[in-house]
Design a protein around this ligand. Structure first.
Ligand code: FAD
Length: 367
């Protein structure tokens, strides 16, 4: 009988293994594909932000920043020394049209209550701060400029968490779990990402394909934040000397991870060129697609104990924000498992009970 078994060794599984191991728990992680070829985290943009509507998401974003900036010390191992995760703290810039503005003004009240340090400006003032942008058709924008949001290398982030968990005694094994009944453990944590529904059929999380394009532009703007234009749904950021940009088009129920190449000409390039005139001169250099772990009820995380099962906990449904939420979720699940309740950020509004009783708590503006 194992003490704790975690199903899925992705970013949530690795973070949970780290935090639980730190509390002295004996952890075994079952991961069916240790190359993580189709897992969500390596295909992500690595972004961490605090600009959300709901307080829990804002607070999880704040904790992500704290954790990432202390990571070299927190996750130092004897074998690998102090890990780095290539942090680029360029911030996030979110752009809203007139129809979307009121909701964002409401979100800003929560930013302020959570002391998020975000700023808000009228669209026409945008070029004063971001001279490369066209504010046409926009009403307002929010951003951070004090290096509290940005992005990391998702692979390095995962390796740092996993290596530290292993040093603390966690065991990672290659194995596919077909049914949770196979597992003999005091506690089971399902961290199976967008495939959770195969193990827990009452959890409404599904793989949703998102495509990312890599582009080259003669004009390099290295200080550009991760910019989300909510008026078109297109988002982008610098990546070395190039840029990467996400399509607003997403597809459920598709087994292939071939990028939706047509989206580039039809949706992404026109939106980029409209917002950043320098992007009229773009060359597509590559792309990939990955699955969001989408919560079909309300785009929000599902975290906690399953009320109908004796010893099963789960964390899924992050809908495009699981990488940045991994530290806060790993810590929160550990608090719940070891003390019976959340001690730091109260994540009870993400409970499985909420999902099973169909109580929506939508996080708007999924990027
Ligand atoms: C294009 C794209 C961009 C993104 N951008 C961002 C971003 O900027 N910021 C951010 O925070 N998030 C982002 N995300 C979302 C983020 O990647 C996910 O929310 C996060 O990876 C979810 O973590 P996870 O550990 O739950 O799932 P995963 O990373 O998918 O890991 C789950 C693991 O479970 C394993 N598994 C599943 N079922 C079983 C089983 N039955 N037995 C054994 N193993 C199993 C899988 O093989 C997999 O390795 C993005 C995602 C995509 C696709």
């Amino acid at each position: 009988m194992d003490e704790v078994v975690i199903v899925g060794g992705g970013i949530i599984g690795a973070s949970t293994a780290y935090f639980l191991s730190k509390e002295g728990r004996k952890i075994r992680v079952f991961e069916r594909d240790p190359t993580y070829k189709n897992a969500s985290f390596p295909l992500s943009l690595g972004g961490f932000r605090r600009q959300f509507f709901q307080k829990e998401n804002i607070l999880l974003g704040k904790f992500a920043k704290e954790f990432i900036f202390q990571l070299p010390d927190l996750l130092e191992t004897k074998k690998n020394g102090k890990p780095t995760v290539s942090v680029v703290p360029n911030g996030y810039l979110l752009l809203f049209n007139k129809k979307q503005a009121d909701e964002q003004y409401e979100a800003l009240k929560n930013h302020s209550l959570c002391d998020a340090g975000t700023k808000n400006i009228k669209a026409e003032k945008l070029p004063n701060i971001f001279p490369w942008i066209s504010s046409e058709g926009l009403e307002t924008a929010t951003y951070t400029d004090s290096k509290i949001e940005g992005w990391v290398d998702p692979h390095m982030f995962h390796s740092a968490l996993k290596n530290k968990a292993i040093e603390l005694g966690a065991l990672f094994e290659k194995k596919e779990i077909k049914n949770l009944n196979e597992i003999k453990a005091e506690i089971i944590v399902s961290a199976a990402g967008c495939w959770t529904n195969k193990l827990l059929s009452d959890i409404p999380v599904a793989p949703q394909k998102h495509t990312i394009f890599r582009v080259k532009c003669p004009k390099h703007i290295p200080e550009m934040p991760l910019t989300g234009d909510l008026s078109t749904g297109v988002y982008w950021r610098p990546e070395g000397k190039e840029y990467i940009a996400g399509s607003p088009n997403s597809i459920f129920d598709t087994p292939n991870l071939e990028p939706e190449w047509n989206d580039f000409e039809e949706l992404v390039w026109p939106a980029l060129a409209k917002r950043v005139p320098a992007f009229e001169e773009l060359k597509l250099t590559g792309g990939w697609a990955g699955y969001y772990d989408t919560n079909k009820l309300d785009n929000n995380a599902i975290v906690g104990k399953h009320p109908k099962m004796k010893n099963v906990y789960l964390a899924t449904g992050f809908t495009g924000r699981g990488l940045m939420q991994a530290p806060g979720i790993g810590r929160g699940l550990t608090e719940l498992i070891t003390t019976g309740k959340y001690q730091t950020i109260d994540l009870s509004s993400f409970s499985v009970e909420r999902i099973l009783s169909d109580k929506k708590r939508t996080e708007p503006y999924v990027l």
